[in-house]
Design a protein around this ligand. Sequence first.
Ligand code: DX5
Ligand code: ZN
Length: 213
Amino acid sequence: MFVAPSILSADFGRLDEEIKAICNSGCDMVHVDVMDGHFVPNLTIGPVVVEAVAKATTKPLDIHLMVQNNSFFVDLFAPLKPKFLSFHIEEEKHPHRLIQKIRDYGICPAVTLNPHTPPESIEYLLGDIDMVLLMSVNPGFGGQKFIPSVLKKVRKLRQMIDINDAKVLIEVDGGVNGLNVRELDEAGVDVVVAGSYVFGSSDYKQAIDSLKV
Ligand code: DX5
Ligand code: ZN
């Protein structure tokens, strides 16, 4: 299991230190939540702060856009060269075009699904993307409770990926902890995002290790 701590739960007053601490504690990527106050009822960080994150990290960035007007935000964050850039399918009329735009920047495109969005909605995108991010909470805030029906969705998506022989990772984001990670692994998840579980722990290395099932 790959582990991507979400910096949403980090201490932003000591951001540089926090990023270095998770990188030195064995995380695989650094998950960055970009919220615009429109698509979700919360507002987070823009490229100025993410640039500081990019300077501090020794691990690839995984940028999760929770915004309206995806194309504008892709242009804003692409210069920071994240490994993955994901957008919400619920907010995109022309996903193929946006995926191509992300790919043209040399970034791996990923598509995110809200907890209620069926995996079939992206069946015809599976050949074009590198990762699917399944939300296991309603996007907007850290520290929410895991929605168990996402496990069924992971299994279905895993089948769809295998049938299509697609090279696509499955990432799950929201309410992930040391207790539910095993079930996620068994269902076919490749990457877990964890915010409050990692940053709320007194030992980041122990928390990250406990997710590496
Ligand atoms: C929620 C964000 C998550 C969030 C996860 O909208 O996308 O990345 O930080 O936080 P936890 O792990 O606390 O649920
Ligand atoms: Zn996220």
